[in-house]
Design a protein around this ligand. Structure first.
Ligand SMILES: [Zn+2]
Length: 435
């Protein structure tokens, strides 16, 4: 497929998100072949008139679970409903339903302008199977660049144990789990060092430490030996310390850092991935909407504040901070990545330009794929999001893309399927945040 994006405004994320006006973009073989001033015309290209439109790199979502929709559900909170669901997923029919579900989620991501997704904990290797399908150029998520972790790894009783995580006590057993996951085709290893908001027991302590230093080190050593990076779910300062001092590459969600942890993560060229999308709605909306109890809501607020403080510490030291959504969590849909940018600006005082750069080039740098994607440049993969208005003046235009292009595959008039009751709540919240 050969495509010409004619007469567009290009957002140059490499240079302060400056706007290059009246450009023509020639796309073939999945790549941006040429960017010229508007007016040239080569034959054989299917032209899309982009007069007045803005072209930016496709968004990169660093923290995704593909198994859910983001609709609040009791099954996410544990208990009997969750047990029944897990039992179902382990049947043949359940696996089939799961594979469809995961593919649908990935498609929603694409339709919402996300062209690269890093999955960090999915059930039954369903994310890895989907990646293999996409690599064969099959199914509704064709074109999506997917980096996959397979199931997460934790200690018995850790976050996600029995659902999206596999657990073991002994370091040698943990290493064996890592080898198996890598054998299945994982690009990275995800671990859960601390508990989360949904399984916290104490008010003010969402990130109770669940893995020992020895366990974390065993996983990281084995993953690094196999050339894989380790992403760790961490939601407390103690958890950050154990993760940072024992080899973790990216701290997911995050909290504040002590001096030694900060130095370690900096030395390792590590990063932290902010995920405001679950924390913020769950802290600020009523429990009738979130279906969470008071403890969860209080702890969501703690997470939100701690991750903001941690990110500020890292950025002062020049350590990279990326953005993800934690989609599948309550109120974290597969199609609202743009809201993470809005929340990030509201919580940190960053500009729209800084948020866009983070969700594209910075995320690509953290993944080590910035030579391939993350900016609109000749020679890079044609991973593009085209919107109707200038996103630097209003991020809301990202919500309804004009066209999405993923590795050259053109999706015209992309319309993700929105979950209406969730949308109504998030809309209100976004309005408050943008004031
Ligand atoms: Zn997560």
């Amino acid at each position: 497929m050969k495509t010409l994006l004619s007469n567009c405004n290009v957002i140059d994320v490499k240079n302060g998100c400056g706007i290059l006006q009246k450009k023509d973009l020639y796309i073939s073989d999945g790549k941006i072949q040429k960017i010229t001033d508007h007016g040239t015309r080569e034959i054989g290209f299917d032209a899309i008139d982009c007069t007045g439109k803005y072209v930016l790199p496709g968004l990169i979502n660093m923290h995704v679970h593909l198994f859910g929709t983001g609709k609040p559900s009791k099954a996410l909170g544990g208990g009997k409903a969750q047990k029944r669901l897990v039992a179902f997923i382990n049947t043949k029919l359940g696996r089939f339903v799961l594979s469809k579900m995961v593919e649908k989620s990935a498609k929603q991501m694409l339709l919402s302008g996300v062209t690269t997704v890093r999955s960090v904990g999915d059930l039954c290797y369903s994310d890895i199977s989907l990646k293999k399908k996409i690599q064969k150029n099959k199914g509704g998520a064709r074109g999506l660049r997917l980096l996959v972790s397979g199931p997460a790894v934790t200690a018995p009783g850790g976050h996600g144990d029995g659902t999206f995580a596999i657990s073991a006590q002994e370091p040698e057993e943990l290493k064996k789990i890592v080898r198996n996951i890598v054998d299945e085709g994982a690009d990275l290893i995800k671990i859960c060092v601390t508990g989360g908001v949904m399984d916290a027991k104490k008010r003010g302590e969402p990130g109770e430490v669940k893995m020992t230093a020895e366990q974390v080190k065993a996983v990281c050593d084995e993953a690094h030996r196999l050339n894989k990076k380790v992403a760790a779910h961490v939601q407390s300062k103690n958890g950050v310390r154990i993760a940072a001092l024992n080899g973790v590459d990216t701290i997911e969600h995050g909290a504040t850092f002590d001096e030694e942890s900060l130095a370690e993560i900096k030395n390792r060229s590590g990063a932290m991935i902010l995920t405001y999308s679950p924390a913020l709605p769950n802290a600020l909306l009523s429990h009738e909407v979130t279906k969470l109890n008071e403890l969860c809501m209080y702890n969501s607020k703690v997470v939100m504040e701690q991750m903001t403080l941690g990110a500020a510490q890292l950025e002062r030291e020049g350590v990279k901070v990326g953005l993800g959504t934690d989609s599948s969590c309550p109120l974290c849909t597969q199609y609202n990545t743009w809201l993470e940018l809005v929340y990030y600006c509201a919580q940190t005082g960053a500009s729209s330009a800084q948020a866009i750069k983070k969700a594209t080039l910075t995320n690509a740098e953290i993944l080590g794929i910035d030579e391939i994607t993350g900016s609109v440049e000749e020679g890079k993969s044609a991973d593009l999001l085209i919107v109707n208005d200038n996103p630097l003046s209003d991020l809301k235009t990202l919500k309804n893309p004009f066209v999405v292009i993923a590795q050259g595959r053109v999706l015209k008039n992309p319309r993700p399927k929105r979950i209406r009751p969730v949308e109504e709540q998030l809309e209100k919240l976004a309005e408050v945040m943008q004031k």
